[in-house]
Design a protein around this ligand. Structure first.
Ligand code: ATP
Ligand code: MG
Length: 479
């Protein structure tokens, strides 16, 4: 139960207090409270949640609501329904339709809540293990076509930072830094090519920060004229410009106490950069057409797919603003530089897509997976996700995703291409020849394991320090 993430949809202060008492204070759970179904839907999409608790008075439509829809979209998250009265017939019906784990009636006692939550989490953990074991069993039965040469790629559960899935050391390091950044109030700059997961990262940071129960607002800064962007972020007063019929609060004030995600920050004009700088320095918000200066306490996370440092050097982005934004800088590597994430991501997307679309695909055949792991993904993780979605659409039920289901460019990848080229030993003396062979073997092992030094070291029977020394000695570099 410790560190479990629980989403609670209620406006009932007594329930919120009881939940804080037993779940947060006594059991170290992460509790995210929501006051509308819409907000709760957003949270479920962003966080790695383990339990959903809803008050029935928060569910607007008895036949189409969060509880029923989450059963379809997130079947592995158990649901608890809290009903207002014993006499209402609608709630037991709803509980049964949504396959709720438990149906509780107000008033809720803290101890009762604790027991039910514990049981729900235990059962959810058991069914998670059951799913994993079934998959392992299926993999071992179908070994002839789905043989996992490196079984740890598929079987071991991957690491997650909310909805970000990864196994690569690069992402591991980055997510560790992101967790540290989340615990502070410092602005964060997330950089990376398109589709690398910048928005996913921003959302993960917000829900791991102390602001998780306050709103996260997203503003795309690209392609808007200054006055529109100003009005969106800083608000405006009535009559500020032709067509401003009523006043507007603006996202900076609407996000007071929460987080704002400024996407495509590199696209803002020099004049707007000044307004942003003032906001970051002083928290100052001056609505368009107003002479009053207001203040707001908002954590800023910005993202860019163009490196800001370069733009600063070219004089296209203010240096002072760049330094303000990059309290923490998180550079997400392109997928081609962490291809070891591909099997985990592909398997995850396959499971998600099959679950949501109700399709039954058995898995990804080894040949297809190998090809997927050699592609260079200019569209990064988004491209891989689309590829898997497409494969699920074209593969038949109860079959594997095979090479012929992949798009042409990936299906055409030649798996033999990397077959070891003939190697000629170099050097005049035996020592030089042995060294040239050693350099070749170390370099090949590193290439084979995509510069995962631990795996290459394991293959060669070296320690991590041992391989690091060889890399240094032979001046080997990742290409
Ligand atoms: N590590 C990951 N694990 C799971 N899904 C991921 C991961 N990285 C990216 N995705 C998925 O890939 C898609 C693109 O991610 P996201 O929108 O966060 O990228 P982005 O960097 O903001 O892209 P853009 O620059 O084009 O806006 C999303 O559907 C997201 O869920
Ligand atoms: Mg984005």
């Amino acid at each position: 139960m410790r560190y479990s993430t629980i989403v609670l949809l209620t406006a009932d202060k007594q329930i919120i207090q009881a939940a804080h008492e037993v779940l947060v204070a006594e059991n170290d759970c992460r509790l995210i409270t929501c006051e509308s179904e819409r907000e709760a839907f957003g949270v479920l999409a962003d966080v790695d949640c383990e339990l959903l608790i809803c008050s029935d008075d928060m569910l607007e439509d008895p036949s189409d609501n969060l509880l029923i829809n989450s059963r379809i979209k997130y079947p592995s998250i158990p649901r608890i329904l809290i009903a207002s009265e014993v006499s209402t017939k609608a709630s037991p019906e709803l509980a049964s339709r949504a396959a709720a784990f438990m149906y509780l009636i107000k008033p809720i006692r803290a101890t009762q809540l604790e027991i039910v939550v514990k049981r729900a989490l235990e059962i959810s953990e058991l069914s998670k293990r059951h799913r994993l074991l079934s998959r392992e069993l299926k993999l071992s039965i179908d070994d002839n076509i789905f043989q996992t040469t490196k079984s740890e790629d598929i079987k071991s559960p991957w690491s997650r930072f909310e909805k970000l899935i990864y196994v690569s050391p690069k992402m591991d390091e980055l997510c560790a830094l992101a967790r540290q950044a989340a615990a502070t109030e410092i602005p964060i700059l997330i950089q990376g090519e398109t589709g690398t997961g910048k928005e996913l990262m921003a959302r993960a940071v917000h829900y791991n920060s102390s602001r998780k129960n306050s709103p996260l607002h997203v503003q795309n800064c690209g392609g808007f004229p200054d006055d529109v962007l100003h009005s969106e972020l800083f608000g405006h007063v009535e009559g500020a410009y032709a067509g401003a019929l009523s006043s507007r609060l603006g996202l900076f004030r609407a996000s007071d106490g929460g987080t704002i995600f400024l996407d495509e920050i590199s696209e803002v004009s020099p004049a707007f950069q000044v307004s942003l700088l003032r906001f970051l320095q002083e928290g100052e918000v001056k609505p368009l057409g107003s002479d009053k200066t207001l203040f707001s306490d908002v954590r800023v996370i910005a993202a860019s797919n163009r490196p800001l440092e370069k733009l600063v050097k070219q004089g296209k982005f203010r240096q002072d603003l760049y330094y303000r934004l990059k309290g923490f800088q998180l550079d997400i590597p392109p997928l081609r530089q962490r291809l070891e994430d591909v099997p985990a991501l592909a398997t995850h997307f396959l499971e998600r897509t099959s679950e949501v679309s109700g399709r039954h695909i058995l898995g990804i055949a080894m040949d297809a997976l190998k090809r997927l792991s050699r592609h260079n993904y200019p569209g990064n993780v988004r491209e891989l996700q689309m590829e898997i979605n497409r494969c699920v659409a074209v593969a038949g039920d109860d079959s594997y995703i095979l090479t012929r289901h992949l798009s042409q460019s990936i299906a055409n990848i030649d798996l033999d291409e990397e077959a070891p080229a003939d190697f000629e030993v170099d050097g005049a003396t035996l020592k030089e020849m042995v060294e040239s062979l050693e350099k070749h073997l170390v370099s090949k092992a590193l290439e084979r394991h995509r510069w995962n030094q631990k795996r290459a070291a394991d293959q060669l029977g070296l320690s991590r320090v041992g391989i690091a020394n060889k890399i240094k000695r032979y001046k080997l570099k990742e290409i």
